[in-house]
Design a protein around this ligand. Sequence first.
Ligand code: HEC
Ligand code: HEC
Ligand code: HEC
Ligand code: HEC
Ligand code: HEC
Ligand code: HEC
Ligand code: HEC
Ligand code: HEC
Ligand code: HEC
Length: 415
Amino acid sequence: MSRKPFGVLLAWLALVVAGPVAAQDIPETLQNDQCIACHSDVGYLPDGLLLAGPHMRAELSCAGCHGGDNTTDDEEIAHAGTFRGVPDAASIPAFCGRCHSDLGFMRSYSPSASTDQVANYYTSVHGQKLRTGDTHVAQCASCHTAHAVLPASDARSSVHPMNVPALCNGCHGDAETMADYGIRTTQYRDYVGSVHGQALLEREDLGAPACNDCHGNHGAQPPGIESIEHVCGMCHVNNADYFSATGMARAFADEQLHACEECHGIHDVRKTFDAMVSTGDDSVCTTCHEEGDDGYAAADSMYAQLSALVAAQDSALAVTERVREIGMDDIEIGFLLRDAHESTIQARTLVHTFDPSRTAEATTVGLEKANEAIRIGHEEIGDFRFRRFGFGIATLLITILTIALFFKIREVERS
Ligand code: HEC
Ligand code: HEC
Ligand code: HEC
Ligand code: HEC
Ligand code: HEC
Ligand code: HEC
Ligand code: HEC
Ligand code: HEC
Ligand code: HEC
């Protein structure tokens, strides 16, 4: 038996059981729309169609994009005149841009609408390649879909920050698609394990960058050497400012080295730690600096400062623990510890001046605070011992007195 009639039967069954798109699914304002009505009747609504998206809410109907006459139930008339049919990949930017590049039209729906998407798109590697006839690249519908378009703020949207990495990876992680271009397919894998990927995808921290925060929404380019610092500096402002003022940054630019990337990587940015600025095994400095040059000495010195500060903080914490255990006053110590921690954070950012005298500004303050905390902690513990000693003496005295009193009373009773 051929399988075809069976398929038709299934389709028919589905229609009978589920019915065409239930009337209540069609927004009130589109109840009389003949494109939707007939396509719904014949069971030819596009896959994944979302009637609640912004286009349908703006009453644009199918005809807004595909053209045609949406007031007639005659297919031939409906599909005539302005009807554009189904656009091929190469014409989709113009297809969407008919509205999205028209400022007057878009502003009539939303006073803040921007109309630069198509222009930006053609500056991207995607847009430039599409122009040359390469249809493997992303165009508007690859990223936004055609029939389930939603604003990025909607968690269901294909371009919601949490969904973007998987969206890009659909092509960039696909070895077959990328084989012709000779570029890596590891960005997503690296990103998922990075501090940024973990913050966004696991902790849902929308402050962490998704692919488009670094590459642009529409201008996807690999950021050039000059702009990596700016890309990272959008969020890590101080790190970028400190670094760009150093002699090393100028040397990096001259030698075509990649700013932040040389020490942190790009897609695989990891959590940082002090030993990175040292001369030990975990150092990121010794790949370029060797014993005897300024960079090596600077690394040694900054690591010594940071280690001393961390050690002092650890001691202060241990003392504080003890103070809390014995129930003594830990309020002031708490403030000092917080200040010391604050200085440590500052010092780790100041590492990007690559100048030990600058990190010392923060570590010196931090050390003072930590040592002060230790001093007060020891005082509190001393006070406690003194009081406990005093209490012991008092208890002893009272006991002696009680016994003496006991014998005195017996003596008085006997006499
Ligand atoms: C009376 C029914 C009817 C109406 C009204 C109708 N369509 Fe269609 N449409 C169909 C059918 C059936 C097909 C599939 C067969 C075909 O291509 O003719 C189709 C196909 C299409 C296609 C795919 C064409 C292709 O080349 O593959 C698009 C796009 C489309 N319609 C859009 C619209 C739009 C937009 C409107 C309203 C302006 C509309 N239709 C109104 C019945 C209708
Ligand atoms: C935001 C613009 C937009 C709207 C609104 C829209 N379409 Fe489409 N449609 C497209 C694009 C773009 C394609 C090309 C598909 C692709 O490349 O993914 C397409 C493709 C199609 C196809 C070809 C087959 C398929 O499933 O992809 C049909 C049929 C179709 N649309 C019908 C409709 C109908 C019916 C409506 C109204 C319910 C509608 N479209 C609303 C943009 C739109
Ligand atoms: C007929 C005009 C028209 C066409 C064609 C059109 N759009 Fe739209 N689009 C709009 C309007 C109007 C809005 C709603 C604007 C608003 O309410 O802020 C919108 C909203 C959007 C939004 C949500 C914007 C936001 O963040 O709020 C996206 C994304 C979008 N369109 C993408 C597309 C894509 C992709 C295509 C092509 C496949 C397309 N549009 C085709 C008119 C159009
Ligand atoms: C490589 C994927 C990609 C492509 C290709 C793409 N977009 Fe977008 N677009 C995005 C992302 C991601 C956002 C959401 C940014 C955000 O988080 O606000 C967006 C946002 C938008 C918005 C909302 C307003 C704005 O500018 O932020 C509109 C409208 C839009 N795109 C239309 C288009 C049109 C039209 C095209 C085709 C010329 C297109 N997009 C191509 C990924 C893409
Ligand atoms: C439909 C598939 C597809 C999607 C989806 C897609 N891309 Fe691409 N992208 C490509 C192709 C193909 C190229 C061309 C590769 C080349 O020329 O090196 C490309 C090129 C790029 C380049 C330039 C690479 C280079 O060094 O030449 C960047 C950067 C890029 N895409 C980022 C993104 C980001 C970010 C997203 C998601 C927001 C995304 N892409 C979504 C297919 C896609
Ligand atoms: C923190 C910023 C940042 C994030 C997040 C990011 N990228 Fe990149 N990406 C870059 C930089 C910078 C480069 C340039 C690297 C270079 O030139 O050495 C790059 C390069 C690329 C390239 C070119 C090929 C290559 O590997 O050098 C592609 C493709 C790409 N990124 C895709 C993605 C995708 C997909 C995602 C999300 C999974 C993503 N990027 C997330 C900053 C970022
Ligand atoms: C959109 C904002 C944004 C951009 C752009 C960005 N980052 Fe981040 N970055 C963050 C956030 C948020 C965190 C904190 C993640 C967490 O909570 O663990 C972070 C964490 C880090 C860390 C780990 C800090 C630590 O405490 O160990 C490093 C290193 C880092 N980013 C470097 C970079 C580099 C290099 C770039 C450019 C290639 C970059 N970032 C681009 C927001 C951003
Ligand atoms: C990718 C190579 C590279 C890495 C990694 C690197 N440096 Fe440098 N550094 C240079 C170059 C090139 C210069 C300029 C030539 C010189 O003075 O030796 C420089 C110069 C310096 C200088 C002198 C700055 C001035 O203003 O004259 C210091 C200090 C320094 N680096 C510290 C460090 C520290 C600390 C690290 C590790 C956290 C580090 N560097 C990692 C390449 C690197
Ligand atoms: C020469 C190597 C080097 C370069 C270049 C570099 N960093 Fe760092 N970065 C480090 C080291 C080493 C640490 C660890 C400091 C510590 O924990 O004591 C660090 C720590 C960080 C941290 C976590 C500490 C903090 O400030 O919150 C962030 C974020 C960071 N770097 C971002 C950047 C950005 C953005 C750039 C580019 C503007 C950059 N780094 C350039 C070596 C470098």
